[in-house]
Design a protein around this ligand. Structure first.
Ligand code: C2E
Ligand code: MG
Ligand code: MG
Length: 423
């Protein structure tokens, strides 16, 4: 029962032998889950043959490093694709993981091959599948963190894991029972100091669970990872359109609302038709709904998104670039797409002090002139103090958003704000 490609143990064989080891009373065991970054991309770039070579090489490296160990009962397995699992002794585990990674890098200085590792210490008689899940979970948590290559499992991760399961199992029912809702955060026009627009932000009330009200930072990454995000986005759009229509029917004033789309929405559904349906049904002028998109430099295919953006703009919607400067975006994104407004990420204002933050001021002024030169409006996110507000106004930023003006609230509450609303 070995893996045909690498000669390592298969998943079943590993599970059986690891179960025996864990149940035999041997203490101080560690399970390591290894996964190669961007292996799919590697295969499509260099071909499957080269991909297979890499997998065989990893098997040889694991064997070479772990067999040097004083501990002689190591189990080495390939579970599937680029997922390798090792059962070893805890005392050398970190050093050996480092060695495996270094060995692989030294062979491939030309291509970036990162072999991530998650480490878990099973307790006596612990279920081997659970132990592997936990090592994998630790490995998954550093998927986007390029500063470290290995990570130990800790209890907080199992909470995250449970939350992830909860999100995936309850999305549909939560939408049906209106446990997912929308709050609106004011966006202020700096020349007048009044609210000119709002941004719709999703909230999920999980009352009755240990999690309470959860914010998008908790559920969006999971919904994106499992390609369910479009369901939430369509639901939020419908809710926003209904909220808008309800004020309209009551004869109350309105300002444009921004909605956040995931770039996956363009792949997973016909997001433009979905928005059009809701807009027509609720009789909403297209210039009253703005589309926010966070673009990532990692995207290989820019065409789908570009066509989507063009189509939205041709229909009369504004399209905004969200979180610019947050790390995933780059200047090229501005070159490749047309946006109406750039939202500068709140990181730019983090720790801003008017008397000390000279560099931050240079950056904000350059951001503004860049937006101007490209014919786009500049919006600063994360304004938390009067000082930041006054500084941005003094240099001529168009708009700003942040807790200083108001946290996310109901649409009706926006119109009760003391600073007033500019219609
Ligand atoms: P975003 O679009 O950049 O939205 C702004 C986020 O920053 C919101 O967090 C908001 O509450 C928070 N924020 C606003 N002002 C301040 C401030 O002054 N200080 C600090 N520290 N934070 C501030 P939230 O609601 O947790 O949303 C997080 C992100 O999730 C959003 O970032 C957006 O990208 C995404 N998101 C929210 N709702 C949806 C949705 O319905 N669909 C999709 N696809 N993404 C959504
Ligand atoms: Mg946004
Ligand atoms: Mg943002």
């Amino acid at each position: 029962m070995s893996d045909a490609l690498t000669g390592l143990l298969s998943r079943d064989a590993f599970n059986e032998q690891a179960r025996q080891a864990i149940n035999s009373g041997i203490t101080g065991l560690a399970v390591v889950w290894f996964n190669l970054d961007n292996f799919k991309m590697f295969n499509s770039r260099f071909g499957f043959e080269r991909g297979d070579e890499i997998l065989k090489e990893i098997a040889l490296i694991l064997d070479a490093i772990f067999s040097r160990d004083k501990y002689k009962n190591n189990l080495l397995a390939r579970f599937s694709d680029d997922n390798f699992v090792v059962l070893t002794n805890w005392s050398y585990v970190e050093i050996n993981v480092d060695r495996v990674q270094e060995y692989l890098y030294s062979l491939h200085e030309d291509v970036t091959l990162r072999l991530r590792a998650g480490i878990y210490f099973p307790s006596e008689n612990e279920d081997v599948r659970r132990a592997c899940d936990r090592a994998k979970l630790a490995c998954d948590t550093i998927r986007r963190n390029y500063s470290i290559s290995s990570c130990m499992f800790h209890d907080e991760m199992s909470r995250e894991f449970r939350l992830q399961q909860y999100i995936l199992n309850n999305l549909n029912s939560a939408m049906k029972q209106n446990k997912i809702g929308v709050l609106y955060q004011p966006i202020v026009k700096l020349s007048s100091g009044k609210v000119c627009e709002t941004e719709a932000l999703a909230r999920w009330n999980t009352s009755g669970t240990e999690y309470g009200i959860i914010t998008p930072g908790h559920f969006i990454p999971t919904l994106e990872k499992y390609r369910e995000i479009y369901k939430l986005d369509i639901f939020i759009i419908q809710q926003v359109c209904r909220d808008y229509n309800s004020r309209k029917k009551r004869g109350l004033p309105l300002v444009p609302v921004s909605i956040n789309l995931s770039r996956l929405d363009f792949e997973l559904c016909d997001i433009i038709s979905e928005i059009e349906k809701s807009v027509v049904l609720n009789d909403i002028p297209r210039n009253m709904l703005n589309i926010e998109i966070t673009e990532s430099v990692k995207d290989e295919d820019v065409t789908v998104l570009n066509l989507g953006i063009e189509k939205f703009r041709a229909l009369g919607y504004e399209v905004w670039m969200d979180d610019f400067g947050s790390g995933y975006s780059s200047l090229n994104v501005l070159k490749d797409y047309d946006f109406d407004t750039i939202k500068f990420d709140m990181k730019f204002l983090h720790g801003f002090d008017i008397n000390k933050s000279e560099k931050a001021k240079y950056i904000m002024t350059s951001n503004l002139s860049m937006a101007r030169l490209m014919g786009m409006k500049a919006l600063a996110e994360g304004v938390e103090t009067r000082e930041q507000f006054e500084y941005l106004t003094s240099i001529g930023f168009d708009k700003a958003q942040g807790y200083y003006f108001g946290k996310p609230m109901t649409l009706d509450e926006i119109f009760e704000l003391e600073r007033g609303v500019e219609i």
